[in-house]
Design a protein around this ligand. Structure first.
Ligand code: KG4
Ligand code: ZN
Length: 343
């Protein structure tokens, strides 16, 4: 405890960001240090798992020190340690989990393992101090695309998921074939602003009637086919039009399904989460769609959308309060499923 507040330290290392955060009373961020490996992976056009875990290992102690310094807390002040236990790259997860366990053991602090997606959703509790479940959540990141009914802090129901590529993954792959570099999502977002979203009519994939599932691999192939056809015909491709048309085809489906899920389940709150939640078109379209049917839209600021440890610390706080600590033989779980019942 510090100044009468419950102090949580959290670790996130599921992909290519090494992050350590310190929070007071679950929602107040005292430090959120993020060491990104983006510059390293630009040359490879994507994350190389083995290299990512090595960098986590090299960085993590310095990131811990910086988080302690920025927050002004000492080990004696810390009441809880939270860590992403999955899903993610196993070698990357292991570095965060092993460090968190070592610190918990050495300083005799309770430990909680957090599901990465619940972390993304929890970013909204930090952004909006008064937000409480229940609500509908749309999680769109490089590894996940889900529509989730969040019934309580530790209880949720997955209504829909992608059957192939995640949205961010599709963005990154299309960006690569357009020669935009890594990570492609933000670059596509910027380029699309200069293009015509109606220029190319890519097919919208809604799957079965009433399904909240997604499929984006066909759209990615359609973009590839379009580019090949244009190349063979010797026609100049307008990359901004391709980016804008691809984006519109993605967002039409996502927005309709997410808002439809909230309406059908009678939820008055829709919460955005994950890296793609910072997409400007998604934000604008959801704002309009939610506004027209009386649904309140929540979305974290861009820094809290992409991977960071503050969101994990917030999720850990609510998990610990309700369900208590995990044991020190907790492991990293690369394919961890979302907790549909109690965690
Ligand atoms: O949540 P996140 O940091 O990592 C995962 O848990 O996957 O999400 C990263 C993903 C990447 O695919 C990145 O290209 C995408 O989010 N992304 C975006 C935007 N900003 C990040 N995609 C579209 N538009 C953006 N503005
Ligand atoms: Zn993530």
């Amino acid at each position: 405890m510090k100044d009468g507040k419950f102090i949580t330290m959290a670790f996130e290392s599921s992909c290519d960001e090494t992050s350590v955060a310190v929070l007071a009373d679950g929602r107040q961020v005292l430090a959120n240090v993020i060491s990104s490996q983006i510059d390293i992976f630009r040359q490879y056009g994507g994350v190389v798992p083995e290299i990512a875990s090595r960098h986590h290992l090299e960085n993590i102690n310095q990131v811990v020190d910086q988080a302690l310094e920025e927050s002004g807390v000492t080990w004696e002040d810390i009441d809880l340690i939270g860590v992403t236990k999955g899903p993610g790259l196993v070698g990357a997860l292991v570095i965060g989990v092993a460090t968190a366990k070592a610190m918990a053991f050495a300083h005799d602090i309770p430990l909680v393992g957090v599901h990465h997606i619940l972390g993304h959703i929890s970013a909204n509790y930090i952004e909006y101090p008064a937000l409480e479940p229940p609500f509908m959540a749309l999680v769109t990141s490089g590894g996940h695309t889900n529509i989730i009914e969040v019934e309580d802090y530790n209880r949720c129901r997955v209504l829909g998921a992608t059957r192939d590529d995640a949205v961010g993954e599709a963005y990154d792959k299309v960006a690569r074939v357009l020669g935009l570099g890594y990570p492609g999502g933000p670059k596509m977002d910027r380029l699309a602003k200069e293009g015509n979203p109606q220029a190319i009519q890519f097919k919208r994939v809604y799957l079965e009637k009433d399904s909240y599932d997604f499929s984006f691999s066909g759209l990615k192939t359609a973009v590839l086919n379009y580019l090949n056809t244009e190349k063979q015909a010797g026609r100049e491709v307008n990359k901004a039009d391709v980016a804008a048309s691809f984006q519109q085809a993605v967002m039409d489906v996502i927005v309709e399904k997410a808002v439809g899920a909230a309406r059908n389940q009678g939820e008055k709150k829709l919460v955005l989460a994950g890296g793609v939640a910072s997409n400007s078109r998604l934000r604008a379209m959801l704002e309009e769609a939610c506004g027209s049917c009386g649904i309140q839209l929540y979305r974290p600021s861009p820094l809290l959308c992409t991977d960071n440890a503050a969101m994990i610390g917030c999720a850990a706080y609510y998990q610990y309060r309700e369900l208590g600590a995990d044991s020190l033989d907790m492991d990293a779980y690369p394919s961890l499923q979302l907790p549909e019942e109690k965690l």
